[in-house]
Design a protein. Structure first.
Length: 295
């Protein structure tokens, strides 16, 4: 008999469930479709259920100690107990938290500190002296500074500004080609047909152009990283943590996959009044490991 726990990291593109033994070694892994309660709660329940079922069918369900689920859009779903009931695993101990909390627990291994998340969206969250801290995370219409959505949106806006000035840069010409647009009319039509995830998909192009030396792209990334750095600095000020070094971790596709972005971001973090320990980005890391450290 091998006892195990299941951590589930739900995202806008896929849902990853991982079963860990008591030593945090991975026993099983299941990857299913997207799960975001704000986008499609029915699809979210279906994919989470499938992820759990895939693991409990290969391992003995009776040996499962607990399940921790981190999911986006939880604030839009008022009845967590109803959600747990809809998953239809009455014999399992299931806890659901939002995806930012899952990242916080996983990256800091349950310890004090902050996590700056920059993927499609962005937020800075943390736990310091058993007190929760949060800055940002207000969504793509009201915030998401430093996110993939913001970077791509700034690129779209750059083309519109240059069109008004009758000065189209090499970056804008390349961006038009990247999105499959021949002119500004095509660009506008394309933009308003895209959802926020689809807009954010152009971020790698902008980051590559910036890394390769394009000044316009670099200006866009400078704006984005400053926005997120300002939120990190604000979160640090709100903690009033004076006891020791404050841990800072990163999570999310933009900040994890682009060392160029990450280095610009780190340079803008204010360390004058607080000693910061920036945790390294680990390859092949999954926030499902939070189930091991969650209290």
């Amino acid at each position: 008999m091998t006892e195990f726990s299941i951590g589930i990291d739900c995202g806008g593109t896929h849902t990853v469930a991982i079963a860990y033994d008591q030593h945090a070694d991975m026993l099983r892994k299941s990857v299913q479709g997207p799960a975001n309660l704000a986008v499609d709660p029915t699809e979210a329940v279906k994919n989470i259920h499938a992820a759990i079922l895939a693991i409990t069918q290969s391992l003995n369900e009776k040996d499962c100690n607990k399940i921790l689920i981190g999911i986006a859009g939880l604030s839009a779903f008022n009845e967590i107990e109803q959600l747990i009931a809809e998953l239809d695993f009455p014999n399992l101990d299931i806890k659901i938290i939002n995806d930012a909390q899952l990242a916080l627990i996983a990256r800091l291994k349950g310890q004090n500190g902050l996590v700056a998340i920059a993927g499609t969206g962005s937020v800075v969250t943390g736990i310091v002296d058993n007190r929760s801290v949060r800055v940002g995370g207000w969504g793509h219409l009201l915030g998401d500074e430093g996110s993939g959505y913001q970077i791509s949106k700034l690129a779209f806006q750059q083309v519109t500004k240059e069109t008004d000035l009758d000065e189209i840069s090499n970056f804008s010409k390349a961006f038009l080609k990247e999105i499959g647009a021949k002119n500004i009319t095509d660009l506008i039509s394309i933009f308003y047909k895209l959802n926020k995830k689809e807009v954010a998909n152009f971020t790698p192009f902008v980051l590559k152009e910036a890394k390769d030396g394009d000044k316009v792209a670099q200006s866009i990334v400078e704006t984005a990283t400053k926005g997120l750095a300002d939120q990190i600095n604000l979160a640090m000020n709100k903690t009033d943590w004076q006891k020791s070094t404050l841990n800072l971790a990163f999570s999310g596709s933009v900040v994890e996959k682009s060392s160029y972005y990450r280095q610009l971001l780190i340079k803008k973090i204010n360390c004058e009044h607080q000693e910061i320990n920036i945790l390294p980005v680990e390859s092949d890391f999954n926030n499902a490991i939070a189930v091991i450290y969650a209290k």
